[in-house]
Design a protein around this ligand. Structure first.
Ligand code: GTP
Ligand code: MG
Length: 151
């Protein structure tokens, strides 16, 4: 299995969507191996969004992601990075399919509720996990339904 980094953004937290979002991942069978409620500082935000530096929306994005608390998670499962991105839906909630998190909870590109590591960016999941979590904040454990989730 694979680990991936997922984060409910400040809009999702303010709108009280943490539990609904977490429930989707738990119901899917993904295993929580780390979670924390935290306030991102500017330095962390700039590192996290380094790939977007210089783009017209960059300053607004850093302002937004540091504007309130976020709920950061590490989830583990088969093909977890890609599966989480599928559950999140298109980056722009206006285009995201109904049934996806962004398609069900968002309307605007700059307020799209959730972040997940990009599966097309090789190693982004582990890089982001390292950026947000110390190794001792991650828990290794066996979920009892493993043999019912996977062949
Ligand atoms: P993340 O999971 O947040 O990284 O989203 P993503 O990987 O689907 O999109 P991407 O990494 O390309 O962009 C990062 C974030 O910047 C998006 O989630 C949007 O909130 C925001 N963003 C991207 N493009 C635009 C844009 O053209 N305008 C604005 N206002 N925001 C944008
Ligand atoms: Mg991205």
């Amino acid at each position: 299995t694979e680990r991936t980094f997922v984060m409910v953004k400040p809009d999702g937290v303010q709108r009280g969507l943490i539990s609904e979002i977490l429930e989707r991942f738990e119901n899917r069978g993904l295993k929580i191996v780390g979670a924390k409620f935290m306030q991102m500082d500017r330095e962390l935000a700039e590192q996290h969004y380094a790939e977007h530096e210089g783009k017209p929306f960059y300053e607004g994005l850093v302002d937004f992601i540091t504007s309130g608390p976020v709920f950061a998670m590490v989830l583990d499962g088969q093909d977890a990075t890609r599966q989480v991105r599928r559950m999140m839906g298109d980056t722009d909630p206006a285009e995201a399919a109904p049934g996806t998190i962004r398609g069900d909870y968002g309307l605007d590109l700059g307020r799209n509720v959730i972040h997940g590591s990009d599966h097309e960016d090789e190693g982004a999941n582990e890089r982001e996990i390292d950026l947000f979590f110390d190794e001792d904040e991650l828990v290794e454990w066996d979920k009892i339904d493993g043999s019912w989730l996977y062949e």
